[in-house]
Design a binder for this molecule. Sequence first.
Ligand SMILES: CC(=O)SCCNC(=O)CCNC(=O)[C@H](O)C(C)(C)COP(=O)(O)OP(=O)(O)OC[C@H]1O[C@@H](n2cnc3c(N)ncnc32)[C@H](O)[C@@H]1OP(=O)(O)O
Length: 397
Amino acid sequence: MEIRQTSADDLATFVETFHAALGRFPEAPADATGVWWAGIEAHRGLLATQDGRPIGTATSCSFELTLPGGVVVPAPGVTCVGVLPTHRRQGVLTAMSRRQLADLRDQGEFLAVLLASEATIYGRFGYGIATYSHRLTVQRHQAAFRTNTADTGSIELLTRPGATEVLEKIYDRYRRAQPGAVSRPHRWWERGAGQPPIAPADRYVAVHRSSDGLPDGYATYALDNGTLTVDETIATNDSAFTALARFVLSHDLVTQVVFKHFPPEHPLRWQFADFNAGVLGPHMDWLWVRLLDIPRALTARGWFTDGELVLDVDDPFLGEHNRYLLTIHNGHAECVPTDREPDLSLDVRDLGSIYLGGTTPSTLVRAGHIKAHNGNSATRADAIFRAERPPHCLHWF
Ligand SMILES: CC(=O)SCCNC(=O)CCNC(=O)[C@H](O)C(C)(C)COP(=O)(O)OP(=O)(O)OC[C@H]1O[C@@H](n2cnc3c(N)ncnc32)[C@H](O)[C@@H]1OP(=O)(O)O
């Protein structure tokens, strides 16, 4: 087997091979716009071949990720991972992952992210679940608000695809302040890549503007048989979110409103007179994080509690084992090698899971994945790794 980097000439083969791995046929308009894979950057791909024939694919997109503290960093988004059904379970993905992670490190990346098709695949390569996705289903006739504060802004109703520019602007402002959010490069909006609302499917777009006319939120939605489904409710402040939620819940001919990608620990349910008007679920993994340079990753994010921890980190896939002293002071971290006794021993995948603050270290101690070496180290780590708000990602790639 050989693994080589792709060029623009390989795009058709790459797309065909990946679709064959999915058991699907590619929709392939000549100009490659309006298809979900239109955002792929041809030169970033890897193609595995055997006897000159393609058998596997993987690539990454050049995204940015917002870390706790509103720090925006480069984050290759690994995607289009596939191996032909004829060549599975022979180590093709393992070899591609090894090559891809080595390449990303050589390019100076300190982390990578992905969305997993199955939650059983990527832990072995050092990725950990860092954010979650769930939906909120609200019975419209049960959803009276506890108080009726009038919105000082306004809502305009547009349709896709005419709303691209305003959606792109609002999303970009939102994602820079939301830990766990991934950027949507202009190329994605321009080419209609991914899923709605980036992909220009039939949708209504409610754009919220603040009292001074600044667009500060949107909800994109469609109504089918009494269910109004909101792809995304994006807001740069709480009152815009509430106004958009009120708006979609005020539609006639609607029995229930389904908010996809409902943000974790969001206050909307507290705003209903009847807390049980909305039901959460299912609760699924979403963004996975793979740390490639632990000191750089830990010193990059913002921190909110002073303290220190000794982390003993095992990285079996890359064959590395290191112990670090993490010291947090005034929102900044120092992370240096140490031979002090550890507070926590953990796998790099578990460090990926706690990195954005979406899962507490003590949850993974209780799960038996992280080992806490003394009585208070898990609760100390919980306080230290907490983010300003739970991380959330709703970008699909
Ligand atoms: C980020 C993304 O792009 S998500 C999309 C992932 N792609 C898909 O789901 C498309 C359909 N599936 C596939 O193409 C392939 O099955 C892949 C890419 C998931 C796996 O490729 P393979 O070449 O078979 O993986 P490989 O042989 O390297 O397996 C390595 C290990 O992972 C395990 N593994 C691989 N896939 C799976 C799976 N779907 N579920 C559980 N375990 C798996 C293997 O059993 C093996 O375990 P072992 O080391 O204990 O023996």
